[in-house]
Design a protein around this ligand. Structure first.
Ligand SMILES: O=C(O)CCC(=O)C(=O)O
Length: 350
């Protein structure tokens, strides 16, 4: 027989269970999303846990925060200080290292147009500076460009600081690459032979405070996907702007800065390697009305020029056929690069 006492006991038990359930959801939400909609990957966990974590987030989001990455905040603030010193130089000084065919360097305000369809009369309201270290392979190959460095007398330690950061991010990218291989049930070294002379590059970015206007086609950065395997982004301060369009949500969402975390997004070639299983997610920068300007640093992790990208064996088989023809990474990169940077004449690179 069910007495009133048992009923009370049962319902209070239910309430406790519901409360535990809700608190678990809340804890998980803050653990997994860094307080925003974007998931977190924690590099301090075991490599198998990290790999599983990457697998879970790569499909639905293609974007995640990376924490416990071991890149010091001191180095990061030095890089941002150098970046601000550079972008504060006069236009004439910056133009002295302007990027041209065969050399990485400064890209002026509005030089890049990432989304020709929507940005019909204005380029990105940002300026940039591409940096990379010397190539291990000295023979002149396509896109093996040296960097035009600003004189050390103008900004002391600019080259040393940005290169130190560049090399640290290369190491981090190699680690992330083997974790991605594990996440796909591949040998950890599966991608090693595809990154013998990688075309990776670092880019300092500075957005002006001009507010974006979506209907007039004015964007900090027009919508695009990234071209290589993945990108590691650092953002200074809490100047919002980055928005992504995850396949699962079908709407634009903000990616706010998370303290001590990088923002990682997967690129076109990883989507191709995984037959669309992992996602290269559309993103853009929309500058709100703000008195503080946005500075970011993006590290683009790109395979070798000759690397033929085709579906990996743990995904494609007799049941699942490749959706794409194999593509040579350098050709894909040149095509995308020439679309965005129309002032360059990249025909000589082929
Ligand atoms: O600056 C940002 O937040 C994003 C940069 C970006 O999307 C890119 O350079 O591909």
């Amino acid at each position: 027989m069910v007495t009133n006492k048992t009923k009370i006991c049962f319902s209070s038990h239910m309430i406790v269970l519901v409360l535990i359930f809700i608190s678990k959801i809340l804890v998980n939400a803050s653990e997994n999303t860094g307080g925003s909609d974007i998931p977190v990957v924690d590099l301090s966990k075991s490599k198998y846990e990290v790999a599983q974590n990457i697998r879970n987030v790569a499909k639905d989001f293609g974007f995640f925060y990376l924490i416990n990455h071991n890149i010091s905040q001191v180095l990061l603030s030095k890089v941002f200080n150098q970046s601000m010193s550079f972008f504060n130089l006069s236009e004439l000084q910056k133009l002295s290292v302007k990027q041209r065919d065969g050399y990485f360097g400064y890209t002026p305000f509005e030089e890049e147009v990432l989304d020709k369809e929507r940005q019909y009369n204005r380029g990105d309201t940002k300026e940039g500076y591409y940096v990379r270290g010397p190539f291990a392979n000295k023979e002149r190959r396509p896109l093996q460009w040296e960097t035009l460095w600003i004189d050390e007398k103008i900004i002391p330690e600019f080259k040393a600081t940005t290169l130190e950061y560049y090399y640290r991010l290369k190491q981090l990218s190699l680690r992330l690459t083997s974790l991605i291989a594990l996440s796909l049930n591949l040998e950890e070294n599966f991608f090693d032979n595809k990154f013998q002379n990688p075309l990776d590059v670092l880019r300092l970015l500075h957005y002006t405070s001009e507010p974006s206007n979506i209907s007039s086609g004015i964007f900090g950065a027009g919508q695009h996907t990234d071209y290589g395997m993945f990108t590691i982004l650092a953002v200074l301060d809490h100047v919002s702007g980055l928005q992504i369009y995850p396949p699962r949500l079908n709407r634009w969402i903000d990616v706010p800065r998370l303290e001590n975390a990088f923002i990682v997004n997967l690129g076109d070639q990883l989507q191709r390697w995984t037959n669309d299983y992992y996602h290269s997610t559309l993103h853009r920068v929309v500058i709100a009305n703000t008195s503080v300007q946005r500075y970011s640093v993006a590290f683009f992790w790109e395979p070798d020029f000759e690397c033929l990208v085709s579906c990996v064996p743990t995904i494609c088989n007799e049941q699942e056929l490749p959706k794409y023809e194999p593509v040579m990474h350098g050709e894909h990169l040149l095509f995308k690069f020439s679309q965005g940077h129309t002032q360059l004449d990249l025909k000589t690179e082929l």
